[in-house]
Design a protein around this ligand. Structure first.
Ligand code: UMA
Length: 470
């Protein structure tokens, strides 16, 4: 990257001024200020030239940048790769980098753990950070999880645990991570990557130049990556399907619900071993892990109805995992409202009927793959752009319900999330220990800025119900 900066007067063009773009601009501007003060611009320019930072964002600052003075580009992950400005940049031979490319160079000397996967990457990242930071100094967490890597403190002897998305990997050069991990690959983001083969290829890039690789091989695309990695160095492959002994060992370690969380625990445990933590230290930290906000998060129990926020479930596979986290035993009653932990209480791992809230901006495979897993779903409340598509895709569930109970299955289209929560609560009230589950199988962008905002709106609606019921 430094060679491009040798060009006199070169500027850095940042594409997209969301979280990533702002963190990148701050990072470069900070470096610029430091260099002006201290007379050096370590690692960024070999001839002392301090590059100017230019920002381009269609929605905020759409002034066409003069590409002739640009040394290199930092592209935000969500900025479309086929955008005309990038096409022009390619014609001019201007190098494009991700924020992670910049970050790995900025923290040279530190150890970086990168975790990707269609589902589970957030929990694995948070759990890995939890384990490592319980026993080691200077451990930071960021990336796709919400804090851009370049917004983290920059050190040369720290440990960074990063959640890495396929969007970031697609635009990154080899990251040469200390540890790279993959949880799974199932259908998602086909609007961007077009085919599953391309999506899997991009996910596999996380292992480029990594010192240690952890890969779960329980789905065909991840298994393909296991095959590619075989014989390439320090690789741990994890196979949980058909391995009841390992599953049982992992289940004893954690109170996180669902088999999918065993995969997350297995990934985090193996990463922790790389850092030479003892089995006792690892087990103690896994036991103390309180889960992730917006991921099967226990919100409250109101009049016997339990509310679970799984706003982070943005695809059908994640919804399937949420549904699988509940078995047929109803949870024991709880008084709670507003407890600190995000962890689904262990006794909720068994449950009564589910009142599902789904919908938003749909992904290519919609909700159809989750329909065969809906035996425990009593009613569905649909929101957002996907409403009508989902209503027709859940038709087999409606028919199955009518067949098994002789009753009409409730599937309602709701104007917004608040209304859906209220209707779900009303419908759930007469049942034994029912669960109102927000697990949308959709992106949030049709109604919210992000899934966090959607999860917060869910929690606000639950709080309003709890207050009204006092
Ligand atoms: N923009 C344009 N032109 C366009 C499209 C976008 O100028 O045609 C601009 C927008 O106006 C906006 C900026 O680009 O200002 C947005 O950039 P971005 O989409 O990269 O968003 P950031 O705020 O930088 O957030 C990104 C990740 N978002 C995406 O990858 C879509 C966040 O992941 C991540 O937390 C953050 O960086 C910090 O690393 C979110 C996400 O949804 C959670 N990720 C996807 C996922 O998990 O499935 C990949």
């Amino acid at each position: 990257m430094t060679t491009k900066l040798e060009r006199e007067g070169g500027a850095i063009l940042i594409l997209g001024y969301g979280k990533t773009g702002q963190a990148a601009a701050d990072f470069f501007n900070r470096r610029r200020a430091e260099s002006l003060q201290e007379g050096e611009f370590a690692g960024l320019s070999e001839n002392g030239v301090v590059p100017e930072v230019i920002i381009f964002d269609d929605n905020l600052c759409p002034t066409e940048a003069d590409l002739n003075k640009v040394s290199f580009i930092v592209q935000s992950p969500g900025f479309p790769p086929n955008h005309p400005i990038l096409q022009k940049a390619r014609q001019l031979g201007i190098e494009v980098y991700s924020d992670l490319d910049v970050f790995v160079r900025a923290v040279k000397g530190s150890q970086i753990v990168g975790i990707t996967g269609t589902n589970g990457k957030t929990t694995s990242t948070a759990l890995t950070h939890h384990i490592l930071s319980s026993h080691l100094p200077a451990v930071f967490m960021g990336g796709n999880i919400g804090v851009p890597a370049l917004a983290l403190p920059i050190h040369s002897n720290a440990i960074y645990v990063l959640e890495i998305s396929s969007y970031q990997l697609e635009i990154s050069h080899p990251l040469n991570l200390s540890v790279a991990a993959l949880t799974n690959i199932t259908t998602d983001h086909l609007a961007r990557h077009e085919t599953m083969e391309e999506y899997a290829r991009v996910k596999g890039k996380i292992f480029d130049g990594a010192d240690y690789c952890v890969v779960c091989g329980d789905d065909p695309f991840s298994l393909g990556i296991c095959d590619q990695l075989e014989g390439t160095g320090d690789v741990t492959e994890i196979f949980l399907e058909n391995n009841p002994v390992l599953k049982e060992q992992l289940r004893k370690m954690t109170s996180l619900p669902g088999d999918h969380n065993l995969q997350n625990v297995a990934v985090s445990v193996n990463i922790a071993r790389y850092f030479r933590l003892s089995e006792g230290e690892i087990a103690a930290s896994v036991r103390g892990f309180a889960g992730v906000e917006h991921r099967l998060e226990f919100v409250a129990e109101v009049e016997g109805v339990t509310f679970i926020n799984d706003s982070k479930a943005t695809n059908a596979e994640a919804l399937i995992k949420a549904l699988a986290s509940f078995t047929n035993n109803p949870p024991s009653p709880r008084k709670n409202c507003g407890q600190e932990t995000h962890q689904l209480p262990h006794e909720l791992a068994g449950t009564g009927k589910i009142f599902l809230i789904a919908g938003g901006r749909d992904k290519s495979d919609g909700i159809a793959p989750a329909v065969p897993h809906m035996q425990n779903v009593e009613a569905i409340f649909l929101i957002g752009e996907a409403q009508e598509r989902f209503e027709s895709e859940v038709a087999p569930w409606r028919e199955g319900k009518a067949h098994s109970s002789g009753r009409r299955a409730v599937c309602e289209l709701c104007p917004d999330l608040k209304d859906a929560v209220e209707r779900a609560f009303e419908a759930a009230r007469g049942y034994t220990r029912p669960i109102v589950l927000l697990s949308p199988a959709c992106a949030s962008f049709d109604q919210f800025n992000n899934f966090e905002e959607r999860g917060k709106a869910f929690k606000d609606a639950v709080s309003a119900i709890a207050e009204a019921s006092h």
